[in-house]
Write a protein that binds this ligand. Structure first.
Ligand code: HEC
Ligand code: HEC
Length: 236
């Protein structure tokens, strides 16, 4: 080989390294973000996740998360075990407020939560990592009073006059479909809702039995409720 060939090979080599190196760094950052949340690399947990009260957080967990993640965060067919996560509090906080903002591949729905509830439930979930959660569960069960205010049931059943097409959108956007299935036939997390009466739907949504989150009129207006019921009546 003459010198010219070596020169050309050398240039190709340098170009290849210049192309591959940034891709590798970028890929590693993507990996870190998937593990720890966007741009949150090596920062301590305390940054970015507001301090929450783990005891209140248990009540949020029990009401809004346990149907999927299990009574003691042990996981179910619908969702993973979240007791031994390697990810930090700020990831959990960002994740539960809006999973799709963390990764477009999320299948966990955006659960209706205030920022306070998100901070509290994050504090509770992180207690599994440092071993304090079992005591919190015991304390919270003791503290759980029947007075945890449930929104008042509206007397008007509202079954008539609803718009089923709009109701379908409510069923999806309020994450009913995540638990009950797109066609209301049920999933591992929740039973089917086909053939349930309008009054029973209203009662369950406002003051749920079992492990279903409650939705007040600030989340599902009476008009949305009528639409939702009209949609559920179309299901077979
Ligand atoms: C409808 C079922 C469902 C509900 C309700 C739900 N989750 Fe999830 N969750 C999932 C699924 C499924 C995943 C797995 C990631 C994915 O595919 O989106 C997940 C993942 C997670 C993760 C990330 C686990 C990891 O190792 O990366 C955390 C943390 C979490 N959920 C916490 C919660 C909390 C707290 C609540 C209640 C506010 C909640 N989830 C409600 C289904 C659910
Ligand atoms: C986090 C999961 C979850 C979400 C989200 C959810 N549900 Fe449920 N739902 C359940 C579970 C679990 C039950 C069973 C309750 C029980 O055991 O008493 C249930 C029960 C019901 C029932 C009673 C079924 C029957 O046979 O009597 C209706 C109706 C219902 N849900 C409607 C809805 C609607 C409408 C929405 C959205 C506004 C919704 N659910 C959101 C988990 C969920």
């Amino acid at each position: 080989m003459d010198m010219r060939k070596w020169e050309i090979l050398g240039i190709i080599g340098v170009v290849a390294v210049l192309l591959v190196l940034p891709a590798a760094v970028w890929g590693y950052q993507g990996y870190r973000e998937a593990q720890e949340g966007p741009g949150m690399g090596a920062r301590p947990d305390s940054i970015g996740a507001p301090k929450g009260d783990p005891v209140s957080g248990y009540l949020v967990y029990d009401n809004k998360c346990s149907a999927c993640h299990g009574k003691d965060a042990e996981g179910s067919a619908a969702a993973p075990d979240i007791r031994n996560m390697v990810i930090g509090a700020q990831f959990v906080y960002a994740w539960i407020l809006d999973p799709l903002s963390v990764t477009s591949a999320a299948t966990m729905p955006k659960v209706p939560l205030t920022e306070r509830e998100a901070a509290d439930v994050t504090a509770f979930v992180m207690g599994y990592r440092d071993g304090t959660a079992p005591a919190i569960v015991a304390a919270a069960q003791k503290a759980a009073s029947p007075a945890t205010a449930a929104p008042a049931v509206q007397s008007a059943p509202g079954a008539s006059g609803g718009n089923a097409a709009k109701g379908k959108a409510v069923f999806t956007s309020k994450t009913c479909s995540a638990c009950h299935g797109q066609n209301g036939h049920g999933t591992a997390a929740a039973p089917g809702v086909v053939g349930v009466s309008g009054a029973a739907v209203q009662k369950q949504v406002r003051t749920p039995s079992g492990k279903m989150p409650a939705y007040g009129t600030n989340q599902i207006s009476d008009t949305d409720m009528a639409d939702l019921i009209a949609f559920l009546e179309t299901l077979k």
